[in-house]
Design a protein around this ligand. Sequence first.
Ligand code: NAD
Length: 478
Amino acid sequence: MSLIPGNEPSFRESVDLMFNRAVALMDLPPGLEEKIRVCNATYTVRFGVRLRGGIQTFTGYRSVHSEHMEPVKGGIRYAPSVNQDEVEALAALMTYKCALVEAPFGGSKGGLCIDPRQYDEQELERITRRFAYELAKRDLIHPAQNVPAPDMGTGEREMAWMADQYARMNTTDINARACVTGKPLNAGGISGRVEATGRGVQYALREFFRDPRDVERTGLGGKLDGKTVIVQGLGNVGYHAAKFLSSEDGCRIIGIIEHDGALYNEAGLDVDAVRNWIMTHGGVNGFPDATHTAEGAAVLEQPCDILIPAALEGVINLSNARNIQAPLIIEAANGPVTAGADDILRERGTVIIPDMYANAGGVTVSYFEWVKNLSHIRFGRMQRRQEEARHELILAELERLSDHLGDQWSMTPDFKKKYLRGADELELVRSGLDDTMRIAYQSMRDVWHEREDVNDLRTAAYLVSIEKVAASYRAKGL
Ligand code: NAD
């Protein structure tokens, strides 16, 4: 359910308003601004599936925002609230996101109006295959034209069904597996994709905290270690972000907001224990070791260092923006802050790490998966052992040279073990993701610090990405 109040612009209008604010600071040729902003096409499909003794009709969408690069890319969402406005807003964000992180795709997004919790696995498979058939028939699933991925309500399982459906319809397409990303490893997926978006949120925060000038703007000071965090949505993105930040960076997760209320514990919540509780009980209600609040959204307004909305759009809006106390918000979800709330928060000096950057880890690793599928070989397969052999040579030589120096000069076994090991696919994926998140952040940071007319990261992100999209159009002669 979209939480954007009636007196505010819709999600798509919100994205356009933010786009317009940035474009006003640019000097684009006449007409190009509109060409970039508008959504090229949205396909609506209604199809029937025989279920439970009757026929049920479903409505789905696939929107293509910009084809300045192809294939276009973007997730498929399963939720009862999916609608054309939302799908078009999300497709636009995909265009800007891909440009910002230099993933060579145009922007797209899809959705199916369905509450997946109401259907069993077999029913969901039939519905998903039928939806995939409708999209593939029109090249809206295609390795060279349109490559979906998971989003809210979908995951590896749905992607595997879609890939298989496409392969059945295109039996001679050698690149069939590249038609969707986010597949399980045994169906052409890549290590590290499931957690990629949450991992990207972690890498984004690490990069933010590397520059004292950025941290100073929040008034927080110090390092990421020890910061308090409230996260909304403990699904794919929120769970992984919270888990990595607490177990690897020393953050304390003091609040978790879910669809049935929120948990709060000043001493810190055990993220895995909460996740397991949700898996077995369907929600956070009843979880021991924390205070439960039925009105979950109220916990967004609790004091904390970092607020991570990782569920729905529009959750921070005109009705609550003034009550948000966190000095730093990282938008793990798409569009969690409305344009109106963004104005209020900017005036108050709240730093927002914007969605198009913050949750780009997913599409980044999807890009790696697509490349893997097209090259038909796992990353690291050719180099790994050769790398190990070279490391072994160096270590053997160093040991020979240091033989006469005595024991205190010998290498520790742990160092040898770590140094000798060649990088496997997961390490390469993490390295590529970390590099992407750092470079994209630095490009925003430069604009943020260097331009006097830019005082927030979102405008900086739009400026960087619109400039890249405009350059693609110019190169095409538009
Ligand atoms: P998900 O379905 O795995 O998780 C969403 C979670 O939010 C669920 O746990 C759900 O119970 C919870 N939720 C639903 N309504 C809520 C409410 N009113 N209050 C609090 N929690 C609520 O979805 P996801 O894939 O984690 O996606 C979350 C957000 O991240 C979306 O905005 C999505 O577009 C964005 N995103 C996802 C990916 C990805 O790779 N999955 C990539 C980029 C962006």
